[in-house]
Write a protein that binds this ligand. Structure first.
Ligand code: TEU
Ligand code: CA
Length: 566
């Protein structure tokens, strides 16, 4: 079997590549069972290549009871039968490689499924699995060992009749946490990672990577959100595990890693990605997606481009390299979130593309984002599959939230917003399936679909493709520095300048984004004394050319080009 390091022209290929996240259940069904699968992905590789995708992040395809759509793994060394076989997977890696596309796997190291044979053996105290998970006796009153609460609400402890002890689950009760103070678990999980590297994957997206090693099981401090995280957030044990994983397993294959983090500061992220420490290449964080939220994704407040630029700047300046995602399978669709999914849907989707592809770092596009897909047009909780939405609704019911408020919160925060099937065509089944889709297809597939956009000038899809091409040819966009320029409630501007040691000549770019449905005057902050001195427009989402105008249209995005010293 060939491994990627043999064919990698440059070791840090991931700095210039554009990644594309596939959520396999919702991407492309090939056999009419209503669930996306690996043969379906293979059938769409050509269009990903045409878009300019250099690497795919594949959400979990391992055997799983699907309590959390594959983030509950029941076998780390196989493929779920609904997704295909190991042969299909090998085929995917080979077919992608032929098109110049690398595959990175989603790897869930923190927890497995409770249906994993390891857990079944562990609850029966069968060696060597007895201590594979985190077991604790009941508190003196018979209750849970501490007051920690789960990311999916309620206590993190579940009583197990068979073992007569509680086990810990930071997520669903069907996702027991593995025990990283057990050297056997550490060795096992390194081996799992090696298994997929041997099959030719180029790296990993590591799920909730900064919570693996728990420092103590003392009570958490009282808080409104998640209780107990100060005992397991980015601990020294986790840093140590990551250093070993990189040196012993990842490094020999030249493998890439992006770690998904929760509750993280730029300082901690710096520690995780600082080259000299040898842990991760880069991390995902969500600060920039929560400028209009008070508590995580749940309690809303008004959007502010000023707050957005401030947060982006903190991360852009603090980290040597960023992974930039504006959507994923846990987040609302960005065009429904920061954009306008009504009259200005296309234009705001293009503004968002401009933002994503001109930041410093590696951009990640989530499936459907490139055609401007919107949030799920859900009509009732019974349509939803997401375990988190159901848990949160149950909790809100317990606290007697009125039905209308519960529904409002669910509609804006449900993870199913981004999980509806990809809209390939306007036909019934949207070209996603010939059968009954596992999650409803958005009714707007009739107008918002891939077939009506691919290779069509001025479509959102073509805009993504063209801007990916532009970025790939620009040393400044690929490697240049980032400087914030101006922001207020709805307008934001920043500059990308050639890196000080840049060997190739390139321009300085100023990116100006108008995040609102009305036009905005630009002077005096970007004002030049005379028309002649005004910077040239090199890119526009409304076909504008010439020099910097006095006013931007609603949701207008422009890139201005300037000689280096400007
Ligand atoms: O998510 C981690 C995470 O904490 C959040 O994004 C989470 O989904 C939750 O909604 C907080 O509100 C990762 C995966 O991306 C997610 O799909 C999994 O459910 C989770 O880990 C557990 O594996
Ligand atoms: Ca299928």
């Amino acid at each position: 079997m060939t491994t990627t390091h043999d064919s990698t022209p440059e070791r840090e290929w991931w700095r210039s590549a554009v990644f594309y996240q596939i959520y396999p259940r919702s991407f492309q069904d090939s056999n009419g069972d209503g669930i996306g699968d690996i043969p379906g992905i293979i059938s769409r590789l050509d269009v990903l290549r045409d878009l300019g995708v250099g690497a795919i992040w594949l959400s979990p395809v391992y055997p799983s009871p699907q309590a959390d759509n594959g983030y509950d793994i029941a076998n780390y060394r196989d493929i779920d039968p609904t997704m295909g076989t190991l042969d299909d997977f090998d085929n995917l890696v080979a077919e992608a490689k032929q098109r110049g596309i690398r595959i990175i796997m989603d790897m869930v190291l923190n927890h497995s499924s409770d249906e994993h044979p390891w857990f079944q053996a562990s609850r029966r105290r069968e060696e060597p699995y007895t201590d594979y998970y985190i077991w604790q006796p009941a508190a003196p009153d018979g209750g849970p060992p501490n007051n920690w609460t789960s990311f999916f609400m309620g206590t993190v402890w579940e009583w197990d009749e068979v073992r007569g002890e509680y086990y810990l689950h930071l997520f669903d009760r069907k996702q027991p946490d593995l025990n990283y103070s057990n050297p056997a678990v550490v060795a096992e999980m390194k081996d799992v990672v090696r298994f997929w590297l041997e099959r030719g994957v180029a790296g990993f997206r590591f799920d909730v990577i900064n919570v693996l090693s728990k420092q103590s099981y003392a009570d958490g401090r009282p808080t409104l959100v998640i209780r107990g995280n100060e005992h397991y957030n980015t601990t020294e044990g986790t840093h140590e595990f990551l250093r070993q994983l990189r040196a012993e397993v990842m490094e020999p294959y030249g493998a890439f890693s992006v770690g998904e983090t929760v509750f993280i500061t730029p300082e901690e992220a710096q520690n995780l990605t600082n080259k000299a420490r040898g842990e991760l290449d880069t991390v995902f964080y969500f600060d920039h997606l929560e400028v209009d939220r008070v508590i995580a994704r749940y309690v809303p407040r008004g959007f502010s481009a000023h707050r957005l630029l401030k947060r982006l700047t903190a991360w852009q300046e603090r980290l040597e390299w960023n992974a930039i995602a504006l959507e994923n399978h846990d987040q609302p669709r960005i065009v429904s979130h920061y954009g306008d999914d009504g009259v200005y849907r296309e234009r705001s989707a293009k503004l968002i593309a401009t933002w994503l592809l001109t930041m410093k770092g590696t951009p990640f596009i989530y499936q459907g984002q490139e055609i401007g897909m919107t949030n799920f047009d859900m009509t009732g909780l019974d349509q939803l599959n997401d375990v988190e939405s159901h848990n949160i609704d149950a909790l809100m019911q317990r606290f007697r939230f009125p039905g209308s408020l519960r529904w409002y919160i669910t509609r804006q925060a449900s993870r199913d917003n981004a999980r509806t099937p990809v809209q390939w065509t306007s036909e019934p089944g949207a070209g996603f399936t010939d059968g009954q889709p596992w999650l409803p297809i958005n009714a707007n597939a009739e107008t918002i679909n891939f077939a009506s956009q691919v290779e069509v000038p001025d479509s959102v899809w073509s805009y993504y493709r063209d801007l990916i091409t532009f970025r790939a040819a620009s040393p400044t966009l690929l490697r240049g520095t980032f400087t914030p320029l101006f922001s207020d409630k709805t307008l934001m501007a920043y500059r990308r300048s050639p890196a000080p040691d840049e060997p190739e000549a390139d321009e300085t770019y100023t990116i100006v984004l108008n995040f609102c449905g009305y036009s905005r005057r630009l002077s005096p902050w970007l004002h030049a004394d005379s028309e002649a001195e005004r910077p040239r427009i090199v890119w526009s989402n409304i076909g504008r050319a010439g020099v910097l105008p006095d006013k931007l249209e609603p949701w207008e995005a422009i890139i201005l080009g300037m000689p280096k010293e400007a």
